[in-house]
Design a protein around this ligand. Structure first.
Ligand code: SF4
Length: 394
């Protein structure tokens, strides 16, 4: 089996008690079957304590949380009582692996690090170096089905490589790169939808390969960018209000996030369109030297979600989610800059890990947003390209 990882993968080490947050609060920790069996056999008083704190639900076994949403094994020093008692080997696989995350496609496993961990967020944003990927082979048996034998999947991988190149092309602005991603995703979605409706696979392949070739042509890319909306042409303020409404609906994982979101939403709702534009422009000018932070975000989200299309046929709503993420966190940064006069690296790290924890790590929240990104008009490609063009000034 081939394993692909981003370069920062090996640089990660949990910082334990120095962590400004913890991964043991705010979400349910599901216990895998092998760990559950192990916990059932633990002896003595602590074994009894472990069993008492396992909750059985229809969808599996979970550790009990206290009234503040903390895992019952997290002590006041932010250490895990289970590890203190038995060592790391006793951890269930979710706790043992976090923040490492993976997607499997048969003979290919892609591993990454979740941005919801503050230390991962720090690693990601602390360097302007382009994100590179490494790979190695393991002796593990390939899983079935093996998607890497599917020509459509292989073409998707080529298209993703093309996208990484575009996302990391620093001759273009972040705004241009994000628009190109949105347009490519909507074109690809059209092809995949036709395939789902019965178009012959050979035809689908032909159209995907033609799309890949088009994005290697500078003139084509230039014509796409030239045909976008011009700044201030339409009422993107209304779209941003709808975006904020979507985030209002989410289940709250972290109270700090709730405060941040409520502040952002109320400030933006009270602004005029011109004030919003002014705030976005001033932030872009101030952050120009740190545009690579948004490039890293684009690469992180594309690596994590693009190929998952093979499981659900959805490429566009994932791109819309990335655009919404960049818009939301860009405006949040812009508000901090407007009110504090600065937006530091620490502010970015905190904003991005809280956002990721809230959105990526709640299946319910992801489901709510995915549905919105499919159904709500202001997330169609024309509206999002217009909003990004107007407001992302990097
Ligand atoms: S969130 Fe990350 S750094 Fe913090 S305790 Fe968990 S794994 Fe360690």
């Amino acid at each position: 089996m081939k394993v692909v990882v981003p370069q920062i993968f090996d640089e990660f080490h949990c910082i334990g008690t120095d962590c400004p947050d913890t991964c043991c609060v705010g979400w349910l920790i599901e216990i895998d079957d092998a760990s559950y069996e192990r916990f059932m056999k633990l002896e003595g008083e602590f074994g009894e304590h472990v069993r008492k704190n396992i909750v059985e639900r229809e969808d599996g076994h979970f550790f009990a949380l206290d009234e503040e949403g903390k895992c019952c094994f997290l002590n006041k020093d932010h250490l895990c009582e289970m590890v203190i008692q038995y060592g790391d080997k006793m951890l269930c696989s979710l706790c043992d692996n976090y923040p490492r995350i993976g997607n499997e496609y048969g003979s290919l496993r892609e591993m990454g690090l979740s941005l919801s961990c503050p230390e991962v967020s720090r690693l990601l944003f602390s360097s302007s170096r382009r994100i590179l990927f490494g790979e190695w082979n393991t002796l593990e048996k390939d899983k079935t089905p093996d998607y890497t034998k599917d020509p459509i999947f292989m073409t998707l991988m080529d298209l993703r490589d093309e996208l990484f190149g575009i996302m990391q092309d620093r001759r273009r602005t972040i705004c241009e790169r994000l628009c190109l991603y949105l347009i490519l995703a909507s074109q690809l979605q059209e092809i995949l939808d036709a395939s789902a409706d019965g178009e012959e696979r050979a035809k689908t392949m032909e159209r995907m390969e033609a799309l890949e070739l088009r994005y290697q042509d500078e003139n084509y890319i230039k014509s796409l960018l030239d045909s976008r909306f011009k700044k201030g042409e339409t009422s993107e303020k209304d779209d941003i209000t709808v975006l904020l409404d979507c985030f209002d609906e989410l289940e709250i994982i972290n109270p700090t996030w709730r405060k941040m979101h409520e502040t952002l939403a109320s400030r933006i709702r009270s602004m005029t369109k011109e004030e919003l534009q002014e705030m976005a422009t001033a932030f872009g000018q101030a952050q120009n030297a740190r545009a690579y932070e948004y490039e890293h975000l684009l690469v992180y989200y594309i690596f994590r979600y693009f190929l998952k299309m093979i499981f659900d046929g959805d490429i566009y709503s994932k791109a819309a989610m990335v655009a919404a993420t960049i818009l939301y966190t860009y405006l949040s940064g812009a508000l901090t800059y407007k009110e504090k006069g600065e937006f530091t690296l620490e502010d970015q790290i905190k904003l991005q890990y809280l956002y990721s924890k809230e959105v990526e790590h709640s299946e319910e929240n992801m489901a709510v947003l995915s549905q919105d990104f499919w159904e709500v008009d202001c997330f169609d490609v024309v509206s999002l390209v217009r909003d990004v063009t107007s407001l992302i000034c990097l």
